[in-house]
Design a protein around this ligand. Structure first.
Ligand SMILES: Cc1ncc(COP(=O)(O)O)c(C=O)c1O
Length: 406
């Protein structure tokens, strides 16, 4: 998709808006499938926490994707988008047994990540096929907040607790059909991934009825030109070979599962915001946009770098700008970034805005959330309308005057 299309969409639908390029999502999905084409049974479960608009779920469903979910509400959205329960995988962390029971009743594959719930669930439902999330304690991830495999992480059952885990499975006679791991996001080195996979293979040998191994995700995508990205093709070659050999050793053809979020949707997303004000101070030129961390929190939350372009005037002389939001807290998107000369009213485009951007948006400062548009076959389709004042009031209950009177 081209800059002129984005400018036209900002004019047509108003700013701020998120735009997603369907073709990019499809090509990433195909790229991953192709990299693992030597594995007979491959399943890709889209980690919908990255971007959960129903239209995006529908698009991926059409491609044959399953879903990775982390809450009962995500499961409900997946069912609403038309996914069969068998195509939905539920990997919660720290949720109640009641929620897990409710999701189980929907026919969705349960993944359990702590010994307490495993024992309670196994005692009550010994025949339900269950997956177990192992924490291999492999340090991966671009930032402490997105690295989940380390020793004091709250995620998964420590691989050091395997003997205890096996005892629970034997005592309850529960049915373990899968083993799962997810070490964190932004894995730079595929050797780290392969090392963690060996730990998963070792753990898998403790269970006789496995049907699948789920290797989670964490593939690093490029954020700028020549940026490092996970070499999916190389990983595909090496892991497929090792996986197929493991299946021979295990004596059964297992399914290999991945649950990518960022890899599928990050680069497909563009966030468009209008410059309200250009403010020159003694040391800095600020470009203040009609947005803030209420719409895109990743730069402030993780320190993530989103490439920013002035798509209204892409060919102007480059100058240094600090791009900031309109929230009444410091919400700096970028410090002293080289951007082609900005005039008030210009549209700035933030790249890599598909994953963990809209899905983390809020109404802070009582602002409306942005609209979302899907660009498909050369046309923009509104897939979420701009919010209105009614949306802010929805579910709020004003007190009767008598209660507030002094
Ligand atoms: C269990 C699990 N699976 C998959 C993902 C998706 O990771 P990514 O977006 O890096 O592909 C996450 C992300 O937090 C996760 O926690």
């Amino acid at each position: 998709m081209q800059s002129k299309d984005l400018v036209q969409l900002a004019e047509q639908f108003g700013s701020p808006i998120y735009v997603y390029d369907a073709e990019k999502i499809q090509s990433q999905y195909n790229r991953l499938s192709k990299a693992f084409s030597k594995v007979n049974k491959l399943r890709i479960n889209y980690a919908m926490k990255a971007l959960s608009n129903v239209a995006i779920l529908q698009l991926l469903k059409e491609m044959g994707s399953g879903l990775d979910t982390v809450s009962i509400q995500e499961v409900m959205l997946g069912l609403h988008a038309g996914y069969e329960p068998e195509k939905i995988f539920y990997t919660p962390n720290g949720v109640s047994l009641e929620e897990i029971e409710e999701v189980n009743a929907m026919g969705v594959q349960i993944n359990i990540d702590n010994l307490s719930i495993l024992e309670q669930f196994g005692t009550k439902y010994p025949h339900v096929p269950v997956c177990i999330r192992i924490n291999p304690h492999v340090m991966a991830g671009g930032n402490a907040n997105i690295s989940v495999g380390h020793i004091d992480s709250k995620f998964g059952i420590s691989v050091h607790q395997l003997p205890h885990l096996v005892r629970i499975v034997e005592n309850t006679k529960m049915n373990i059909v899968g083993i799962h791991m997810h070490t964190g996001s932004d894995i730079l080195d595929i050797e780290v991934f392969l090392y963690a996979a060996e730990i998963l293979f070792d753990a898998a040998k403790n269970f006789k009825n496995l049907e699948f191994l789920d290797f989670g995700s964490g593939f690093k995508v490029p954020y700028k030109k020549d940026d490092i990205e996970t070499d999916i093709e190389e990983l595909g070659k090496k892991l497929s070979k090792r996986f197929n050999a493991f299946c021979v050793e295990y004596g059964k053809e297992l399914t290999l599962i991945f649950e990518p979020g960022k890899f599928l949707v990050s680069e497909a997303g563009f966030f468009l915001a209008k410059v309200n004000v250009v403010k020159q101070t003694t040391s800095t030129v600020f470009a203040g946009i009609d947005s803030g961390f209420n719409h895109l929190i990743r730069p402030m939350f993780y320190g993530s770098q989103h490439h920013i372009e002035n798509i209204s005037h892409p060919k102007g002389k480059e100058r240094f700008y600090s791009v900031v939001g309109y929230i009444c807290e410091t919400d700096t998107f970028a410090n002293n970034r080289r951007i082609s000369e900005i005039k008030e009213g210009d549209i700035l485009c933030f790249r890599n805005a598909g994953a963990y951007c809209f899905s983390m948006a809020s109404n802070y400062n009582s602002r409306y959330k942005p609209a979302e548009v899907l660009w498909i076959k050369g046309e923009g389709h509104l897939i979420r309308a701009h919010e209105t004042f009614e949306d802010l009031l929805k579910n709020q209950i004003a007190l009767p005057l008598a209660v507030t009177a002094v």
